[in-house]
Ligand binder design. Structure first.
Ligand code: PMV
Length: 321
């Protein structure tokens, strides 16, 4: 029996990834850049054991089924192929944040699974190899292998750290809003955008320049420049989705109210900038000294159900046994 437990932190893209250059190989069409979140993590234990009759996958307290299970098994298969192991595995994974709220958990989930499965199998995988392993399950998971600020190039096999957590003081305030109808998942959503949106090509053409501005702003430790590039990236991505057929509208009235609140905070001199992913929640970048003020303002916004605050998080790691 071989076992290992790993912890990986969630990440929020400041410059967004939306669209694949190669769906088979899980390669992104545009470069992306994220902040790893200290407050949100997944802890996953993988045990390879000849006595297990078939792979078992427990997410929270419930056995995973259908596509959720097969995506986990596909990663285990890649690790088995690379390490030469043939045993079945038991996977037990928990998030320290409410999964039902619709916060993306695939990034931290697949990063933790990649690190735990590689360690349990005895593979001595580098950060690049772990990032590549996670990317093949969920592109954004490639970035959760590293802490701090992390980039994944267009067509890249693995992510790279742009700046360590301690080099740039930032907080992310996450406003969880009431979800409307069940959202279209990111893979299906980006595929639909690429196939049907007349603005998809424009997005692919313009995303690299916005990414480059965000990257430069992190190196220059310029939160305002980073925030401006971050808002542009999110709005450009959502514009390409709006023009898909059928349209992909992830915003709800609460999303718009929270965005408005962030703009109002800026007129009061608070450095705060929003971004939204494939869901209705609003994530706000600010300086740690303003995080409480931003959190209070968002908590007081109609349609906002709860607010989480996070600093910049660390690398994914194996827990000492
Ligand atoms: O890798 P996925 O399938 O979780 O897609 C992530 C897409 C966005 O969250 C919208 C953007 C991003 O770069 O994380």
């Amino acid at each position: 029996m071989k076992t290992a437990t790993a912890v990986a932190h969630s990440n929020i893209a400041l410059a967004k990834y939306w669209g694949k250059a190669d769906s088979e190989r899980m390669l992104a069409a545009v470069p992306s850049l994220s902040m790893t979140l200290e407050a949100l993590h997944t802890r996953t234990t993988v045990t390879f054991d000849a006595a297990i009759p078939a792979d078992e996958v427990l997410l929270g307290d419930s056995p995973a089924q259908g596509r959720a299970r097969s995506r986990v098994v596909a990663l285990l298969d890649r690790v088995r192929r690379q390490s030469g192991l043939v045993q079945n595995a038991r996977v037990v994974s928990t998030n320290n944040f409410p999964t039902a709220a619709g916060l993306a958990s695939s990034a931290s989930g697949f990063a933790a699974l990649a690190v735990a499965a590689a360690a349990a199998s005895g593979l001595s995988a580098s950060g690049e190899e772990l990032s590549s392993l996670a990317r093949q399950s969920s592109v954004s998971a490639a970035r959760s292998i590293y802490g701090g600020f992390v980039a994944l190039g267009a067509g890249a096999e693995f992510a790279e750290r742009v700046a360590p957590a301690e080099s740039f003081e930032a907080s992310m305030v996450i406003a969880l809003t009431a979800a409307g109808a069940k959202a279209v998942g990111s893979s299906e959503g980006m595929d639909r955008t690429a196939r049907t949106s007349p603005y998809y090509q424009a997005w692919v053409e313009h995303a690299p320049a916005v990414y480059e501005r965000a990257r430069r702003a992190i190196i220059d430790q310029n939160l305002e420049a980073l925030g401006e590039a971050m808002e542009e990236s999110a709005l450009m991505m959502h514009a390409s989705m709006f023009a898909a057929r059928p349209a992909l509208v992830y915003f709800t009235p609460a999303t718009l109210a929270a965005m408005e609140r962030v703009r109002a905070l800026r007129t009061e001199g608070v450095p705060a900038f929003f971004t939204m992913d494939a869901g209705p929640h609003v994530k706000v970048l600010t300086r740690p000294s303003f995080a409480t003020r931003v959190a209070d303002a968002l908590a007081d916004t109609p349609g906002v159900l709860s607010v989480l605050v996070s600093r910049v998080g660390p690398d994914a790691s194996v827990e000492p046994s």
